[in-house]
Design a protein around this ligand. Structure first.
Ligand code: GDD
Ligand code: MG
Length: 334
């Protein structure tokens, strides 16, 4: 089975982290999101993965120098300009000659979904497109899907206004598609699979959906990216875990690290306290500083306190400074 993974978005909501690293290349529990995602695809029978690239393609190509990832053959399709989700799928599928049933995944989603079960469901229902669904409390930030008892999709509405959602089931970002879907996507311009292609397939009664209660998280926002990491280190994710402090991190013996992920190539000085946080390669944490619920790539000064903040590779917190709910550099400033 072949798959197309969408990894060409610019990762706006994860800025400033994505100024230096494209979203799917960010690590979750020391392993990149894309590698975790492909590992799950391979577990479900995918053997060949095409990365639909646009924004910052080089880090992906450099990360897998032998052209394989988790045992899958990797291929790359780099869009000349962003084509949005459906445009990217068609561009990538045609670049590698996909002409049969295939899998598509949003490149920022981590899930334990059994892909082979999704493919079986798709085939047994004679669907043209089958979507994986997850139930959430607040669906309005997602594609929201209403289904009949047999799984046929009645309605797909992308990011409806709060209070108008037709159900609490959301598009979880993994699909099985027939090659015929490609012919529905106009070429040479941006096309959204969520806003145009799926609604058209739904109108013809050919879209089905498969709801599960598997582990699922879209890592594309700072609090969720943090949660995806903490889920692994706290044992909240059944069957998967990670060490908190990577053996190649430099953590002073008097520093305290609690419920946090500390990457290789970070430096935590004496008496620093790091709680419920993620330190990424390049982070330096000053002596006696105190960090909580934050993601850091940059420099935290001595004696600083940092709460619920995101510090990018070029971000810094001065010695003795106290901050909360900030992003540095601030993506809102030009
Ligand atoms: N190649 C390419 N080109 N990839 C793109 C482009 C593009 O122009 N635009 C977006 N992508 C990729 C992103 O990199 C990401 O992996 C995926 O497409 C989805 O884009 P997001 O920006 O993360 O979308 P979202 O999270 O707001 O919503 C999507 O995911 C939700 C589930 O997490 C939608 O599919 C929703 O319907 C869904 O509920
Ligand atoms: Mg997303």
């Amino acid at each position: 089975m072949r798959a197309v993974v969408l990894v060409g978005g610019i990762g706006t909501r994860l800025r400033p982290l994505t100024y230096s690293v494209p979203k799917p290349m960010l690590p979750v529990g020391h392993v990149s999101i894309i590698e975790r995602l492909i590992t799950n695809l391979v577990g479900g029978g995918v053997t060949d993965v095409t990365l639909a690239l646009g924004f910052k393609p080089e880090p992906f190509i450099e990360a897998f120098p032998d052209g394989t990832c988790a045992g899958a053959q990797l291929r790359y399709a780099v869009e000349p300009e962003p084509l949005d989700t459906a445009g990217a799928i068609r561009f990538a599928a045609e670049a590698v000659g996909i002409d049969d049933t295939f899998v598509v995944a949003n490149g920022d989603v981590l899930t334990d979904l059994d892909i082979s079960a999704l493919v079986d469901f798709h085939r047994s229902h004679g669907a043209e497109a089958t979507l994986h669904l997850i139930a959430v409390d607040d669906p309005s930030a997602f594609g929201v899907v209403a289904i009949d008892d047999d799984g046929r999709v009645r309605r797909f509405v992308e990011k409806p206004a709060a209070g108008t959602e037709p159900s609490n089931l959301i598009n979880a970002g993994t699909y099985v598609l027939e090659a015929s879907v490609l012919g529905r996507i106009p070429t040479g311009r941006k096309v959204s699979i969520e806003r145009s292609t799926f609604p058209a397939i739904v109108a013809e009664g050919l879209a089905y959906a498969y709801a599960t209660d598997d582990y699922w998280i879209d890592t594309g926002m700072p609090d969720l990216y943090l949660a995806a990491n903490l889920d692994l280190v706290s044992g909240r994710r059944s069957g998967q875990s990670c060490v908190g402090v990577h053996p190649a991190a430099s953590v002073h013996p008097t520093a305290l690290v609690e419920r946090s992920v500390v990457a290789a190539g970070t430096c935590v000085a004496n008496d620093a306290r790091v709680v419920d946080s993620v330190l990424l390669a390049g982070a330096t944490i000053g002596a006696g500083s105190c960090l909580s619920r934050s993601v850091v790539m940059g420099r935290i000064g001595a004696g600083a306190t940092v709460h619920d903040s995101v510090i990018g590779a070029d971000g810094a917190v001065a010695d003795g400074e106290h901050i909360a709910h900030q992003r540095r550099p601030d993506p809102a400033r030009p």
